[in-house]
Design a protein around this ligand. Structure first.
Ligand code: SF4
Length: 341
């Protein structure tokens, strides 16, 4: 076990079998209703807290935190028990707060434009390490007078490569943190077999597919997993997900200057979006140190949006949050690693 959020309730009941059963309820409420770490749950005797921390591990340790100038975006860099590092981002909007969480330390997918992909894969996160990120962000949101209403698996890692732990975490977030399953978004670059498995899980969460290019030849370069699961297979898996769950998938597209923002890219994207009946989210690329490409200009994005709309595609341009705090996936960790050299 790596985190206080790893054991389920029955495992805690076993660990606390020498204590009255209300101690399990107090512990569970402290973790999931109050987002406290074990040593902060003061209704538990201190000797019990110490024993539990030794049994379930210390969880995430803060390495550093950055806030955007107006404090609407907070980004944490955490050290795991084995000194691997992950990132979590909290974003405040008008009426809600969203947490962007990591599912792996590093990532094996190798997307060249992504700071995490450039650094390579280290390991999967446990259910507890995934959920603990939400607990810390919830505590901060509460202090800011906000409530976390949405979770997005868009931080470090490919969530579907860590399938069992991500599905376990989604169930825990839904049942025990009380986050509506429909407000949880899992974002994948396209692991087709796992998308098919997800369609049969019976959970009403949302699925986002990061396509970034609607042309196999170009996508092989940009998103190397496309060589194994091409756009035709991916589109079929997306359609299967929609058919079985009744949940439309969304398409994520990072707008990169002179890479995927030509008229032909918009036309190819429109064809796939219409095939899947999908909503398209365009996100201007956050520049990363190891990739020469920068985000598309506002004029180019406006033109691209116009082409999609002309063809009947629903499209939203997402605001790029926290550019001043290295808020692209893997950037804070990348600067930290550089810092340590
Ligand atoms: S974009 Fe996502 S899937 Fe691709 S390397 Fe980065 S974290 Fe991994």
């Amino acid at each position: 076990m790596r985190s206080a959020w790893d054991p389920d309730k029955s495992e805690y009941a076993t660990l606390l079998s020498d204590y009255p059963s209300f101690r399990v309820e107090q512990l569970w409420n402290g973790l999931y209703k109050e987002s406290k770490s074990i040593d902060e749950i003061s209704v538990l005797p201190s000797e019990l807290r110490n024993t539990l921390v030794q049994q379930v591990g210390n969880g995430l340790t803060l390495n550093r935190v950055q806030e955007s100038e107006n404090s609407d975006t907070v980004k944490w860099l955490w050290n795991l028990h084995d000194d691997k590092q992950i990132e979590t981002v909290l974003m405040h909007y008008d009426k809600r707060s969203t947490v962007c969480i990591s599912s792996q330390a590093g990532c094996a997918m190798g997307c060249g434009f992504c700071a995490t992909g450039q650094a390579g894969y280290e390991r999967h996160l446990t259910v507890g390490e995934i959920c603990e990120q939400v607990a810390h962000a919830t505590k901060r949101a509460t202090a800011d007078g906000r409530r976390v209403s949405n979770i997005v698996f868009m931080g470090m890692g490919e969530p579907l490569a860590n399938y069992a732990n991500v599905v376990g975490a989604i169930r825990r977030l839904n049942t025990d943190f009380g986050i509506g399953a429909r407000s949880i978004v899992v974002s994948t670059v396209g692991l087709v077999p796992q998308i098919r498995m997800l369609a049969d899980e019976g959970i009403q969460f949302s699925l986002a597919i990061s396509i970034h290019s609607a042309n196999d030849e170009a996508r092989n370069e940009l998103v190397p997993i496309n060589k194994r699961h091409n756009l035709k297979d991916l589109t079929e898996a997306g359609n299967n997900f929609y058919r079985k769950t009744g949940r439309r998938v969304s398409i994520e597209w990072a707008m990169m200057a002179d890479t995927n923002d030509a008229d032909s890219d918009a036309n190819e994207l429109a064809a796939i979006a219409k095939d899947m009946d999908a909503h398209v989210n365009l996100i201007p690329l956050n520049p990363t140190p190891g990739w020469p490409t920068v985000g598309s200009s506002p004029e180019k994005i406006k033109h691209f949006v116009g082409l999609l709309k002309e063809q009947g595609v629903n499209v939203t341009v997402r605001k790029n949050r926290g550019t001043d705090i290295d808020a692209a996936c893997g950037q804070l960790r990348a600067t930290s690693v550089e810092f340590k050299k």
